[in-house]
Write a protein that binds this ligand. Sequence first.
Ligand code: IMP
Length: 208
Amino acid sequence: MQRTESPPTCIQTSPRNAHEPALTVLLTADQIRDRVRELAADINRTYPAGRSLHLVSVLKGGFIFLADLVRALNRQVTIDFVAVSSYGAGTRSSGEVKLVKDLEIGIEDRDVLLVEDIVDTGQTLAWLRTTLGARRPRSLCVVSLLDKPSRRIVEVDIEHVGFTIEDRFVVGYGLDCAERFRHLPFVAVLDRSADDPADVPSGDLEER
Ligand code: IMP
C-alpha cells in the first residue's frame, strides 16, 4: 500500500515562521557520500597496506563523518574521541580552546588521523595539532569534511579536505547551531539574518 506523507519537518528548507532560520542545501547526501568514498580512497593510498590507523574524532560535529569514513576504509582502525570547547558568542570562537574530554587511548607510536567536521579560523585545529603532536604519535594527519579558508586566522595543515566552502554558517551531517540540525543527512547554509533564537549569549561556554 502506498502512503502519502508530508515531508518530515527536519528537511524543511524554508522558514515556517519569522523566527525559524531558513536552510538552503549546499551539499546533498549523495555528494557527501561520493566525496567520503574518495577521501577514504586517498587516505588508503597514504598509508602502507596493512598498517592500522587510529582515528580521533572531534566531538561532537565529526561523529557522522567518522561513522561514514571508517566504513569506507580498507584497513584495521581504532577509534577515540576528544571534545573541546571554546568561549564565544553563538557562531564565533574566541580562540581560547579548552579540553572537555581527553582521549582514552594513548597515541604514542600510532598513526593518528584527526577527523574534523569543519576548519574555520583554524584555532581549534592548531591547538589540537600541538596538543596531540606533543604525545609523540608516529604520524598525525587531518581529514576535514569542510574547510572555510577565507575565515582563517591561524595557518594549519589539512592533509585531506572534503569540500572547500565559502564563508557561510552551515549545519547538518553532524554540524549544529546551538545543538540543532546535526541529524540532517545533507549540509545546508543556515540563514541567520532573521531574529536568531539559536544564538548563545556572549561569554557562555559553548561546547562544540
Ligand atoms: P575554528 O577553531 O574556528 O576553526 O572552529 C572550528 C569549529 O567551529 C568547528 O569544529 C565547528 O564546531 C565550529 N564551526 C565553525 N564553522 C562552523 C559552521 O559553519 N557550522 C557549524 N559549526 C562551525
